[in-house]
Design a protein around this ligand. Structure first.
Ligand code: HEM
Ligand code: FES
Length: 355
């Protein structure tokens, strides 16, 4: 197996998304570090380094919360889909902000330690058996390591190199990172007097993330049940399960065998699906192996062409072939095995709407 590296491709939408994100982060940090202290008790001013450490830590935490909310929101309501787009840059930026937070901790809390600051970080508190005074920094380190691995493997190269199932399983560790951060904060900053506003923000984040995932889970379970019923009722009417959407590459076909002399080619093109007989009207050439261009299939043997939505050769030619009806339930393609008379128009199935 060989996978080629291609650099990150930028476009206007990605640049806009990143710019909005960057402005929001800078604004948050500015308000936290420059504006908010003006409203604090001036008899107990907080040291600048601690303030910056907290600003970057809380910013990374909020970014992680938003990242985890984007997925379920987009599944609940398609209007949130644009947020899903480019979410990987969001993740990389979060890892960067969290790293700045950790760096402030190292350069401030451990700078005056007689031992090396990294050694001091790991060895100054090893009371893992107790809740009060738990070495919560370790949980931060675990979270940061996970965020780094996810950021480093966020490029498409890793998606093709590892394959979608492994890549997706790896990126599920974002939930482990979130759990570590929540515990890191709960056992660290929220211990003792604690700040009521920050405590409420952390609690709201946990309620929001778990609530949205719960709601999405329920909605998907309901939708799956609906899809199963729809599939079963079509199958009762004689329709066949022809396969899954992701089995067909763009501008290619899946050929389904109905009997020794009847094969159907199901094409995926321009975000749509259409089915025609696999046999060319000229000399039975395999249309499923042909090339799709402008919604037409060109037979690989002698170049006859047919419109995929009605099986008719473009004018001035008059050849016609059979078409078939399709339905897309979730990601499953169902086929009505009864061939329609040659040249019958069938509206292509829109993939975006049904999937
Ligand atoms: C090497 C990794 C890390 C270390 C050593 C570390 C250490 C610390 C320390 C010492 C505090 C101060 C607690 C206090 O004020 O009592 C803190 C607070 C915090 N950390 Fe971390 N941390 C790490 C990673 C992370 C990561 C990855 C995140 C988020 C993604 C994070 C989010 C926070 C937050 C939200 C706070 C509370 C800030 C506040 O008081 O407003 N930390 N961390
Ligand atoms: S068999 Fe298709 S063009 Fe000849």
């Amino acid at each position: 197996m060989s996978v080629q590296y291609t650099p990150v491709i930028w476009n206007r939408n990605k640049i806009f998304y990143d710019a909005v994100l960057l402005i929001a982060v800078v604004l948050y940090l500015y308000i936290y570090i420059r504006v908010a202290p003006g409203f604090e008790d001036v008899t107990k001013p907080i040291d600048g380094a601690i303030l910056r450490m907290r600003a970057f830590g809380s910013c990374a935490f909020l970014m992680l919360t938003v990242i985890l909310c984007i997925g379920p929101l987009a599944r609940l309501d398609r209007r949130f889909l644009p947020l899903l787009y480019n979410r990987r840059h969001f993740g990389v930026m979060t890892a960067g902000i969290a790293a700045v937070h950790a760096n402030y901790v190292l350069t401030w809390y451990y700078n005056f330690s007689p031992t090396d600051k990294y050694v001091a970080l790991l060895s100054s508190n090893t009371n893992y058996g107790q809740i009060l005074g738990f070495p919560f920094e370790t949980l931060g380190i675990v979270a940061l390591l996970i965020l780094f691995v996810l950021a480093a493997t966020s490029h498409d190269f890793w998606l093709s190199f590892l394959g979608a199932p492994i890549w997706k399983a790896l990126h599920m560790f974002i939930y482990a990172a979130y759990a570590c951060v929540v515990l890191h904060v709960a056992l660290g900053a929220l211990q003792g007097a604690g700040d009521p506003i920050f405590t409420s923000v952390v609690a709201a984040s946990v309620v929001l993330v778990s609530g949205l995932h719960f709601a999405t889970g329920r909605m998907e379970a309901r939708r799956d049940r609906g899809e199963e019923t729809a599939k079963a009722s079509l199958q009762e009417k004689g329709w066949l399960v022809a396969g899954e959407l992701d089995e067909i590459d763009d501008d290619c076909a899946k050929v389904v065998t109905l009997s020794d002399d009847e094969r159907v080619a199901i094409f995926k093109y321009d975000g749509k699906l259409s089915a025609i007989t696999n046999a060319c009207a000229h000399q039975n050439g395999p249309l499923g192996e042909g090339k799709v261009l402008w919604g037409c299939i060109t037979c690989p043997w002698h170049g006859y062409q047919y419109n995929l939505s009605d099986g008719r050769a473009p004018a001035p030619f008059t050849e016609k072939i059979s078409t078939y009806r399709l339905k897309l339930i979730g990601s499953t393609i169902l086929l009505d095995p009864n061939a329609l008379p040659p040249g019958t128009h069938v509206d292509p199935v829109e993939i975006g709407e049904a999937a």
